[in-house]
Design a protein. Structure first.
Length: 344
């Protein structure tokens, strides 16, 4: 056991060093993502768009997609995810990108005040669904994951956590990025054929063919990779759970099955209502057109009260004291009561 703990501590040191490196490199990758998005948009509107049938009719649609990609990426990078004790995200703002707040008293929901606990890492009192991010070193409301870096095989990252106040923009950014890269890949194929030199046609555009080829290949990879990532996130949204909660719920399901019980996620209100609450649209929320414009919207809750299934105020099949935590203490790693020991 002592040897195992030393091994875990060694890996923990390497992991924390990697966190510091990726955290420091985050702003550089954001700049890279901005450059890639800019080159992709420039390539489309200077090379592909002018050759489309009825360009004056397709241009507004193309511009709307580009606006949503850039707008939601801006929001997901600049909107704080919502930290325990930080009220900056709680204030509704004014301006072009802000949508008017929805009317009160719309959807009838079973809203329950969140149960509070104390984080063992930062010692903050936090509500349920909040988790500690070891890179940001703070507890984030409805924590999903931290996006520190970018790569050619994943979507441009945001250099901060995805949480309560920016998760909607993160998902919509991925959705519009998949749409944009798919369109670029399909409609740009004839131009890529010319850029590769496979035909006798001459490349007459000011943008170098090598840059267009690079952009085309990147769009092809992103259209496939981000689509998988988007599908996985939307599956979680439809089930009323975050990426962290999906892992926890697998454990809860196993424990409940061993006792002959059935685990029920109390946040799961059904696919349709889960989607409506996540995007905060429909009855009691914002208008549906806000899904097609990159407005800055507020979630339906401040993170200290959550909608639960009717008749439930907590998960069914999980007993008091069994809730998993963010525990990563070296002495506890390898097994402790009531702690899951997996990092956020």
């Amino acid at each position: 056991m002592t040897c195992a703990r030393r091994v875990f501590r060694c890996f923990r040191c390497v992991e924390r060093a990697a966190d510091r490196i990726t955290g420091a490199a985050g702003p550089w990758f954001v700049c890279l993502a901005i450059c890639l998005l800019s080159v992709g948009i420039l390539s489309f509107f200077t090379i592909i768009q002018p050759t489309l049938p009825f360009p004056w009719l397709t241009a507004p649609f193309s511009m709307l997609i580009a606006l949503n990609v850039v707008g939601h990426y801006y929001h997901v990078c600049t909107v704080p995810p919502g930290s325990v004790g930080d009220t900056r995200s709680l204030v509704h703002g004014n301006g072009f990108l802000w949508a008017a707040p929805p009317p009160n008293g719309g959807l009838c929901l079973n809203i329950v005040r969140a149960r509070m606990s104390r984080c063992r890492k930062c010692n903050d009192t936090r509500p349920e669904r909040a988790h500690h991010c070891r890179i940001c070193n703070r507890c984030v409301l409805k924590f999903d994951h931290h996006c520190p870096v970018s790569s050619f095989y994943s979507p441009p990252r945001i250099n901060q956590c995805v949480g309560l106040y920016n998760e909607r923009h993160f998902v919509l950014f991925m959705a519009y990025l998949v749409l944009a890269t798919s369109i670029f890949t399909i409609l740009g194929f004839p131009h890529a054929f010319i850029a590769f030199g496979f035909t006798v046609a001459v490349w007459t555009h000011s943008l170098p063919p090598f840059l267009f080829i690079t952009t085309y290949i990147l769009c092809l990879v992103l259209a496939f990779a981000v689509a998988i990532m988007l599908a996985w996130h939307m599956w979680g949204v439809a089930r009323g759970e975050t990426a962290v909660e999906a892992q926890d719920h697998e454990v809860y399901t196993k424990w409940a099955k061993e006792r002959g019980e059935t685990f029920i996620n109390s946040y799961d209100l059904g696919t349709r209502r889960n989607l409506a609450l996540f995007f905060n649209v429909g009855e009691g929320g914002y208008p549906l057109y806000t899904l097609f414009l990159p407005f800055r919207l507020m979630p339906y809750t401040d993170g200290y009260a959550w909608a639960h299934r009717d008749g439930l105020s907590r998960h069914h099949g999980v007993r008091e004291g069994e809730e998993l935590t963010d525990g990563e203490d070296d002495e506890d790693y390898g097994g402790n009561a009531g702690g899951d020991n997996h990092d956020r």
